[in-house]
Design a protein around this ligand. Structure first.
Ligand code: PLP
Length: 381
């Protein structure tokens, strides 16, 4: 392994891989697996978006675009952000192949060896990997004892953040918990960020999937405009995971630095996909609401089904995940769930939340019922 960099050896392969491998093995043996481990909506991309992508392809939009994105899409993104209350212009946007690339570029632009980065646990798996690749040190705040809410953990956050902190990553609605942080919590984050001169990454990729609550963009809070990198994308809102389209918004100064990495790595997001993105923003509100309502019914169903078996979950206000309290050894529980019940979910340990399993409800109500029945029959609830 001497040939490989320290940087790459610091990173573990995706923890969800073990579970999907096991699920694939079982399926190959002919088992019917209910897969609740997936991180993507189970809907087709809305037709108008597919048509716009196809038309763009046929019209010959197949060359490179300007590195930070086609002007019409950057304009549409800036307009969308202004609608959310962020004072955005097209020059402050980089269009990326997925939000993941936007996050990767952000961390590479801000974090160097020994820099301290604060994460709110349970946290999405890739934040840790990105920070480690950049050489940063992680400081972690555990929200699990607080039903995954941020406000009751603000004291812990205050104790963790110091003038040495470079970056804080906030993800609301959250993967894996589905929590949507209240304004009071975000204002607490703002106060700490301003006091200690910390940059905050606000990953808002699940923003369009919330149930009766309006998520607030951190960059709209006073004092946050110049210290927030807002991350968003098309994967979850428009069921476009495989298209790979996302973006970041930050100061022009940040964009000119991050833009170097962007142009020297991916060059640009795919041309005809960017054109489909313009259509997604323009004409898809109805489909977005339909998908959100379906997720909401499934959330309600699952919460009720678990309650019927005496299991209380923290009711999520957004995204399409919930954290199920399971055995102390959540990895073993998830293996049993696949082996015995043929239900796949992700061990909470993958998100630094041992004792839980992440359930994705991007599956039909019928399959959700089936999953809960099987878990119960195998004494796993
Ligand atoms: N951020 C969070 C919290 C996610 O859950 C995901 C996808 O699972 C992403 C970012 C990346 O999404 P994409 O790269 O598909 O835009």
């Amino acid at each position: 392994t001497d040939d490989f960099t320290d940087r790459i050896q610091r990173v573990e392969p995706s923890a969800t891989l073990a579970i999907s491998n096991l699920a694939a093995e079982k399926e190959a043996e002919g088992a019917d697996i209910v897969d609740l481990s997936v991180g993507e909506p189970d809907f087709d991309t809305p037709e108008n978006i597919v048509a716009a992508g196809t038309e763009a392809l046929e019209a010959g939009h197949t060359g490179y675009t300007s590195s930070n994105g086609v002007p019409e899409l950057k304009d549409a993104i800036a307009e969308k952000l202004r609608g959310d209350g962020i004072e955005a212009s097209a020059d402050e946007v980089i269009v990326t192949p997925g939000a993941k690339q936007a996050l990767y570029e952000t961390v590479q632009t801000l974090v160097e060896d020994g820099d301290e980065v604060v994460l709110l646990d349970p946290a999405w798996v890739s934040y840790e990997a990105m920070v480690k690749l950049a050489g940063g040190d992680l400081e972690r705040i555990d929200l699990a004892p607080h039903d995954f809410q941020l406000e009751p953990a603000l004291e812990d956050l205050a104790a963790a953040i110091s003038d040495d902190t470079e970056l804080l990553i906030v993800n609301s609605p959250s993967n894996p918990t589905g929590a949507v942080y209240a304004d009071a919590a975000l204002e607490g984050v703002r106060d700490l960020a301003v006091e200690h001169d910390v940059t905050v990454v606000s990953d808002e990729i699940y923003e369009r999937i919330t149930y009766g609550v309006e998520p607030t963009s951190l960059a709209t809070l006073e004092g946050m405009a110049d210290r927030t990198v807002t991350i968003n994308g098309f994967s979850k809102a428009f069921s476009m995971t495989g298209w790979r389209l996302g973006y970041l918004h930050a100061t022009e100064e940040f964009v000119s630095q991050a833009g170097k990495l962007h142009s020297h790595s991916v060059s640009c997001a795919t041309n005809f996909v960017q054109r489909a993105g313009i259509e997604a923003f323009a004409n898809t509100d109805e489909a977005v609401v339909e998908m959100r309502d379906a997720f909401c019914s499934r959330r309600d169903l699952l919460v009720d089904l678990f309650a019927d078996h005496g299991v209380d979950v923290a009711v999520p206000d957004g995204a399409f995940y919930m954290m199920l309290p399971v055995a102390e050894d959540d990895q073993a529980w998830c293996e049993d769930a696949i082996e015995q019940a043929h239900v796949a979910c992700v061990p909470g340990s993958a998100f630094n939340a041992p004792g839980y399993a992440r359930i994705s409800y991007a599956a039909s109500e019928e399959r959700l019922r089936e999953a809960v029945d099987r878990l119960a029959e195998n004494d796993l609830l």
